[in-house]
Ligand binder design. Structure first.
Ligand SMILES: [Zn+2]
Length: 455
């Protein structure tokens, strides 16, 4: 009798095993919680789940903390789902707390029948620091008057929990820097109202803490729109052969004049501008310049900032580009003076700009000098206003000896004329900084005057 029972039992086990075998997998789901730090706040974070076998059945995400226990995610899957990415965003109102120590519990189950009634389960518990309070943000500077394509400065206080702050306009972002005042909360952000941003865009100051909580504050400003010049430029085949072919990186044989032109004026320009952007976004967090920026002595402006140029080859318009600086001409091989104090961050050949020097003036501000015949500085050199950095020339995409001069904020080209103007700097930069550092007496200084800088 006993023996018979054993046989029945064995048959049941074997039979059951044969029945469920195809449904069995031995591996459990994998969970990957993508957190930037242990601090979690209102910045959404992702959880990735993968199951290499029979697929996912369910995932739950629970947060346990001072507020109690809240289920953030409880999701069931139909058959055949092998993986998922869930984005979790905490709602401070629902949680009803400001922060504190908490535990994030994630569990995922697959469709395996290894355990007859439930699948393989993976559980991950993660200790986190819940922080749902965004940084404090106070704009100190007032009176934002901005030219389209021009520059601005905002001085503000951001609480010590701030890890990232700055100004956002459209798709552009300009980081803020600590001002190094007695009050350590004071920050400054130089920004551009880029020439290619339509009037009416919001200028928003943003501060973010480690948990990704964000505080924003709109900046009031008045925009002076500027009609930048549009012009047609006729290109000769001679110019393509004599100026463009020599600076091309690849073999031009077999390419048409138009193809060569676009390779240089379009593709190479994009690459070069990306280099400027990269160099320009890696700036020192201190102001290394003083007073107005210097315009190359005895020079006259031959081409303006943000001129929109349509290039015409054999009566066909083939390209359109903005000229993002000034062309300054004096005499051949004229000594080039540094526009202001700073550190050399680039001293090399740069495609259409030829031999190029870039000076970092700090807090995102950079000047660029192109088409140079000789470069007399090296990366890392410290320079002062009017130090000679090299000589003018016609290297790169240049039709004659001149200096291409650009000013950038965080890699975005801005109108140089403002920075050449002592009064503009006093009104738009110095006053704001002095005001914030406490050296400023509002009763005695006029803040409402604006310079109508000439083109
Ligand atoms: Zn130029």
């Amino acid at each position: 009798m006993k023996r018979f029972l054993y046989i029945v039992l064995l048959a049941l086990i074997v039979g059951g095993f044969i029945y469920v075998y195809p449904e069995i997998e031995w591996s459990s789901p994998e969970i990957d919680i993508k957190l930037k730090s242990e601090n979690i706040g209102t910045r959404p974070f992702d959880i990735e789940v993968l199951d290499s076998g029979k697929g996912l059945k369910n995932i739950t995400v629970v947060l346990v903390g001072d507020h109690g226990e809240s289920i953030l995610v409880n999701k069931n899957y139909p058959e055949g789902v092998k993986g998922d990415k869930i984005t979790v965003k905490l709602d401070p109102k629902k949680l009803g707390v400001k922060g504190g120590a908490a535990e994030l519990k994630v569990s995922a189950e697959d469709r395996s029948r290894l355990k007859i009634f439930s699948g393989n389960k993976t559980k991950i518990n993660k200790q986190v620091n819940l922080d749902l309070v965004p940084p404090k943000l106070d704009v100190i500077s007032t009176d934002q008057y901005i030219n389209r394509g021009g520059s601005g400065l905002v001085v503000y206080k951001a609480s010590p929990d701030t890890v990232d702050s700055g100004v956002s306009i459209g798709d552009y972002f300009f980081p803020g820097y600590k001002a190094n005042f007695k009050d350590e909360d004071v920050h400054m952000a130089f920004f551009a109202y880029p020439h290619d941003v339509e009037p009416g865009e919001n200028i928003i100051l943003i501060a973010q803490d480690q948990a990704g909580n964000e505080r924003t504050s709109g900046i009031f400003y008045r925009l002076r729109d500027i009609n930048y010049r549009k012009s047609d430029i006729n290109i000769s085949e001679n110019f393509v052969e004599n100026v463009m072919v020599p600076i091309m990186e690849e073999d031009s044989s077999g390419s048409s004049h138009k193809e060569i032109f676009l390779k240089v004026n379009n593709e190479m320009r994009k690459k070069n501008d990306a280099t400027i952007k990269k160099v320009g976004t890696n700036s020192k967090g201190e102001i290394m310049w003083d007073g107005a920026f210097h315009q190359l002595s005895n020079s006259k402006v031959e081409a303006n900032f943000a001129d929109e140029r349509t290039y015409i080859l054999n009566d066909e318009p083939i390209d359109k580009q903005f000229h993002l600086g000034y062309d300054l001409a004096v005499t051949k091989r004229y000594p080039i003076e540094a526009a202001n104090g700073g550190v050399i961050v680039y001293a090399d050949e740069l495609g259409i700009y030829g031999n190029t020097v870039m000076i970092d003036h700090g807090m995102g501000l950079l000047t660029l000098y192109g088409h140079m015949s000789t470069i007399d500085v090296e990366v890392g050199d410290q320079v002062f206003k009017n130090d000679i950095i090299g000589r003018t020339g016609e290297t790169g995409l240049a039709a004659g000896d001149h200096l291409h001069y650009g000013i950038y904020i965080n890699g975005v080209a801005v109108r140089p004329v403002e920075w050449w103007d002592n009064k503009w700097i006093k009104d738009n930069v110095t006053l704001k900084i002095n005001q914030a550092s406490g050296e400023f007496n509002p009763q005695t200084t006029e803040t409402e005057t604006h310079n109508q800088s000439s083109e």
